[in-house]
Ligand binder design. Sequence first.
Ligand code: ADP
Length: 295
Amino acid sequence: MTSQHFSHTDSASAELSGVRLSYPKGPVVLNNLDWQLLPGQVVGLLGRNGAGKTTLLEALLGLREPDAGAVRLFGQDALALDDHARARIGYVPQHSDLFEGFTPAQLLAYFKSFYPRWNEAKVDGLMSRWDIARDQPIRKLSGGQKQRLSIIRALAHEPDLLVLDEPVASLDPAGRRDFLRELVSQVLDRGATVVFSTHILSDLERVAFNVAFLSGGRIALQAPLDELLDQVRAFTGSVTEMAGLMARLNAEALKRTPLEAGRERVLARLPAGGELPSGLAAERVSLDDLFTELT
Ligand code: ADP
């Protein structure tokens, strides 16, 4: 696994350094985790169930206090944000069953009162496009409609940092495509940062996202998806051969799997523009393979 060292920068939308977080009597979920999200990035956070995606997103938002380490949002301590910084954040939690008795129209009017910036035209457009009735109680909406409403609520004040926890889980494929387009236009229009957790890999492949793999309490790897698919290869050979090969190729070993008879399989990332010598057996890997091996 690679380690990442970030220099502190106030221009990052979010920056976590050395974050450790465990639940009382529970496991250590985040362990010396470093992560940085920059303006204009769309990042898919990938990890198995229970890897700590929700915990990480909550820590990132200052909703959970780490045992150690620091979280900064827009250069401020995430646990002591001022109102201006708070208004720059949009959050779609995994489950929100609040406001079930409100109608969507009431819910949106309520949230609008908190934000100096609120894009009514965008709200109206998405409400019709995503087919959400404004005037019936939220509890009568389907799971997918509730999720869309929650996303509209989080987009309406045009946040500079949009955090979504498994936002596509209860959307149908058409809804997911529309939603992803919306996310990307957020970034293209305003240089916002978007981070969302998912385990639906096919969603990531529709757009040139960055992907971040959460494993063992750390971000094991983050890179643009197209770059990863281009640069990562799997090699098999004797352990000594592999060490020499990695050095020769200037490749970064991401994962080594021991095989029988002193052999191993190495998943490695080649440097950008790196050439493979001809005759060398190297397999390309899919996003599925990366997910399986890195998480
Ligand atoms: P993910 O979102 O990747 O599925 P979570 O962040 O929800 O992972 O959970 C990470 C780990 O922390 C799991 O082992 C989970 O059981 C545990 N956990 C999550 N929330 C709590 C809590 N409130 N109390 C104790 N343990 C928790």
